[in-house]
Ligand binder design. Structure first.
Ligand code: SF4
Ligand code: SF4
Length: 291
């Protein structure tokens, strides 16, 4: 089984358009949406939820009002000012350190697990999708991404799937590290702009650090051909293959509005280019990893 992740230095580069296209091209696969903060693969894949689970992560103090004597010790000790005047806990400020629960003389404070989001296994017209939603103001996206990856692997093993196609988290934080760790190949999608080059550089450095084979695609390359050449030059220096360039194509925009992948929507140039990218990506293996 081969795990392929599509990543970008930031959101909005066309990463999900390309992941969705791969989902319609690969014959035997499970999809994983690891963009848990701003998931949008579901807009293309229109999942029908089969399983829904709570994602529990971290602890929050809860005061039992029946036991509390109002001595004020917890409020004095909490470094995060999470104890409110009426001796209840502000769950947003509480860091879950449990100091108050150890200190409370009448054992009125219990530490409870937070429900930090939800994860799902769904059916789509292309097969199973594992996806998730992190709760508002929750910070454990790396842990939730790791959970989505684990469940996608279990699902793929059950049906002996050839591929796991992962829509990675954008950026370079712990969520993206959880998205790319242990994959067979990472495809970086970037746009031809200075910030696109900068973002690609950051994410390629993360992939190199973890010795993940990495390839690059320039999306909307014709909007700035000079910048595209700069990105290609950068890739040559870094030893990263540019395995495709896609034009700015109104068909791609129309396909998204229609809720279809570009492969389903059109037989035009972009579809042919994405198909060629997929074929090159299929050849990528661990021997392409950085030393
Ligand atoms: S330390 Fe315990 S008893 Fe004192 S105010 Fe806090 S919860 Fe109540
Ligand atoms: S668990 Fe820590 S952060 Fe939360 S209320 Fe108690 S002392 Fe404050």
């Amino acid at each position: 089984m081969k795990q392929i992740v599509v990543i970008s230095g930031k959101g909005g580069t066309g990463k999900t358009v390309i992941t969705g296209a791969f989902a319609s091209l690969a014959k035997s696969k499970v999809m994983a949406d690891c963009d848990v903060d701003a998931a949008d693969l579901h807009l293309l894949l229109k999942p029908r939820i089969k399983e829904r689970h709570q994602f529990r992560s971290g602890l929050t103090a809860v005061i039992n009002k029946d036991k509390c004597t109002g001595c004020g010790l917890c409020s004095e000790l909490c470094r995060f000012n999470a104890v409110e005047e009426n001796f209840s806990i502000d769950s947003i400020s509480c860091e879950g350190c449990a100091f108050c629960s150890y200190a409370c003389p009448v054992k009125a404070i219990e530490m409870k697990e937070n429900i930090a989001g939800e994860w799902f296994i769904s059916d789509t017209r292309f097969g199973s999708l594992v996806h998730a939603k992190l709760g508002i103001a929750e910070e454990n996206s790396g842990k939730l991404v790791a959970l989505v990856r684990k469940k996608a692997k279990e699902t793929a093993e059950k049906i002996n799937a050839e591929y796991i196609i992962i829509d990675g988290s954008p950026g370079i934080g712990c969520a993206v590290i959880a998205s790319i760790s242990g994959v067979d190949c990472a495809l970086v999608v970037t746009e031809p702009s200075l910030s696109g080059l900068h973002d690609a550089d950051r994410v390629i450095k993360v992939a190199k650090y973890f010795k993940i084979p990495v390839k690059l695609v320039v999306n909307k390359y014709d909007l700035n051909v000079d910048m595209t050449e700069k990105i290609e030059e950068y890739c040559r220096k870094e030893g990263v293959s540019v395995i495709g360039k896609i034009r700015f194509d109104k068909d791609i925009v129309r396909s998204m509005v229609d809720g279809k992948t570009i492969i389903e929507y059109s037989t035009g140039e972009s579809t042919e280019r994405v198909k060629a990218i997929w074929e090159r990506l299929r050849e990528c293996s661990s021997k392409d990893a950085f030393d």
